[in-house]
Unconditional design. Structure first.
Length: 171
């Protein structure tokens, strides 16, 4: 597992095309192998197309990637680095926004979302099994399908389930 960290400039990692621009900490060979990787967005426009394996796409306060594609495997959009910033994630629409960063970003091939420290709104996909974790704050978790896993975490959370889901956790 390699960790790729974004810079202040434009960063691009594409396991399919075999290109790596700007990101530090990993090689093209590590990007393209079948193990999972960690991607930490930088302060400018970034693009990540991950390869095989279970990848972590990490968003921190004030730094984010504009386009995340998890690729094959069970991939996580990890918003735990957001402490004051709130996020709205819609896996069905393939988008996410943050309150401080502004603007809509694209996301695809992600099966798990871990929220940040503030109240986040996270909506699962209409097909497949999703794992949604609110972590801190008063979160809203919205699922549409049996087989989804929900964990509100700390805070007074709201859960919407359009079909039989098995919510777990506190909140």
């Amino acid at each position: 597992m390699a960790t790729f960290t974004g810079t202040a400039g434009f960063d691009s990692a594409d396991a399919v095309a075999g290109t790596l621009v700007g990101f530090t900490g990993g090689t093209i060979a590590e990007l393209q192998d079948a193990t999972g990787d960690v991607f930490i967005g930088g302060f400018n426009v970034d693009t990540v197309v991950a390869g095989g394996g279970d990848d972590f796409l990490q968003v921190n306060e004030g730094e984010f990637a504009d386009d995340y594609n998890g690729g094959a495997g069970t991939d996580v959009l990890d918003l735990s680095g957001l402490t004051a910033d709130t996020a709205t994630v819609d896996l069905s629409a393939g988008t996410y926004t943050t309150s401080i960063g502004g603007g809509t970003r694209s996301i695809s091939s992600v099966e798990q979302v871990w929220g940040g420290g503030a109240g986040d709104a996270i909506r699962g996909r209409s097909s497949g099994s999703d794992t949604l974790k609110g972590t801190g704050g008063a979160d809203l978790l919205d699922v549409e399908l049996t087989g989804d896993s929900l964990d509100g975490g700390a805070g007074d959370d709201t859960i919407y389930a359009m079909t039989a889901a098995d919510p777990t956790g506190s909140g």
